[in-house]
Design a protein around this ligand. Structure first.
Ligand SMILES: Nc1ncnc2c1ncn2[C@@H]1O[C@H](COP(=O)(O)OP(=O)(O)OP(=O)(O)O)[C@@H](O)[C@H]1O
Length: 355
């Protein structure tokens, strides 16, 4: 392993620095760094260390650089990424659904903030608002009232906001008329929106799904090439029962559930710090345990989260302690998607013959 690791190094990396990287286990990442880094490059002249990674992961610098600076105070760390995964369709490499069994649990809020946090890691990220019965992404990204545009009368241009390429059913139809669409019509409109948007090259497309487990969810899960789904729930029993249905639905159509986000998990009193489990406690954890799913995060019931959504500036773009939760969820998702892509690459190919 050690020899394999050094063979990826261009120019001789000083031994102490190579050892420090080899010993380093980043938080949240299930693999050691030596199994992730594709190439190391060392430039003696300006003490520059360049690591090439298979996915965007700029926040690694905050964890790794302080250790390296102890060995060489002049060291400069550069992180590059080279995502060599093939595109799933068009120029999009990974498609992730954000779903919930029940409405109003904070699915869109989670989708927006996690997508922005992924873009902050340096990835190219798109966000598709497929929540046909209540498209809220335009409001949450300050794009309310904007209409769909096309450069060639054939393809739709995504809007750019918060570092994301954004498309929403809300740019095409009056939100009031969308609510009366029936299942097949709604599914068709969403597939068209996905296919006819000129997304460009994307590492990740995050899809904010409509709530529930009906026709639309089933059709989209079957017709979009998917990398996985994230289920958002609140901890009370009614929401959990619906979240369980969503997990079962994705299992039945063989869409991997990448994890669960428990939203509005607790309320923390600003003056005394006491924690109140407004909607019950541990429900999301128990559901995750039952289905052996990771809990990607537990988010508090927080006025700032609601205010930032209403103001059209996602919380992760603002400074403050609340943003770290979303950043952690984004990193765990990026790692889980990479891990799955490794497993898929290693899985034996099954070839059917006529014999
Ligand atoms: N953790 C939170 N703390 C406080 N408010 C929140 C939190 N998460 C979401 N909200 C607020 O709750 C409301 C519903 O959130 P959101 O629209 O994200 O839910 P949803 O599950 O996507 O709903 P829908 O079923 O309409 O698609 C919004 O006003 C949002 O700002």
């Amino acid at each position: 392993m050690w020899f394999d690791w050094l063979s990826r190094s261009k120019n001789q990396v000083p031994a102490a620095i190579a050892q420090c990287i080899a010993d380093f286990q980043p938080t949240e990442m299930p693999l050691p760094l030596t199994q992730v880094v594709q190439q190391l490059e060392w430039q003696d002249k300006d003490h520059r260390l360049t690591l090439t990674l298979p996915f965007a992961w700029q926040s690694l610098s905050a964890e790794l650089l302080p250790r390296l600076l102890q060995l060489d105070p002049k060291l400069q760390l550069e992180l590059r990424y080279q995502n060599s995964l093939p595109a799933l369709f068009k120029g999009i490499k990974q498609v992730i659904l954000v779903a919930s069994g029940k409405g109003g649990v904070g699915k869109s809020t989670t989708a927006v903030n996690v997508a922005v946090a992924m873009a902050q890691e340096g990835a190219k990220v798109g966000l598709l608002d497929a929540d046909i019965y209540g498209p809220s992404i335009p409001l949450m990204l300050g794009l309310q009232g904007q209409k769909a545009e096309s450069a060639d009368e054939k393809h739709l241009l995504p809007k750019q906001a918060a570092g994301l390429a954004v498309q929403s059913i809300g740019f095409l139809v009056d939100p009031d008329s969308a609510t009366v669409w029936r299942g097949p019509m709604a599914s068709q409109a969403l597939l068209q929106l996905l296919n006819e948007t000129d997304w460009g090259e994307l590492d990740y497309l995050v899809v904010d799904m409509p709530p529930g487990t009906g026709d639309i969810q089933l059709t989209l899960s079957q017709k979009i090439p998917l990398s996985g789904a994230v289920i958002v729930t609140t901890p009370q029993d009614v929401a959990l029962a619906d979240a369980q249905k969503a997990v079962a639905m994705f299992n039945s159509v063989r869409v991997p559930v990448l994890g669960l986000v428990e939203n509005m998990s607790y309320y923390q009193c600003k003056s005394c710090g006491a924690q109140d489990d407004v909607f019950g406690s541990q429900g999301g954890l128990e559901l995750a345990q039952r289905y052996q799913l990771p809990v990607l995060g537990q988010l508090p019931l927080d006025t700032q989260i609601r205010q930032s959504g209403d103001a059209g500036v996602p919380l992760v773009q603002q400074a403050g302690s609340g943003t770290e939760n979303y950043k952690q969820i984004a990193r765990q998702l990026i790692f889980a998607l990479y891990w799955r892509s490794l497993q898929q690459a290693a899985a034996p190919e099954i070839i059917f013959t006529d014999d």
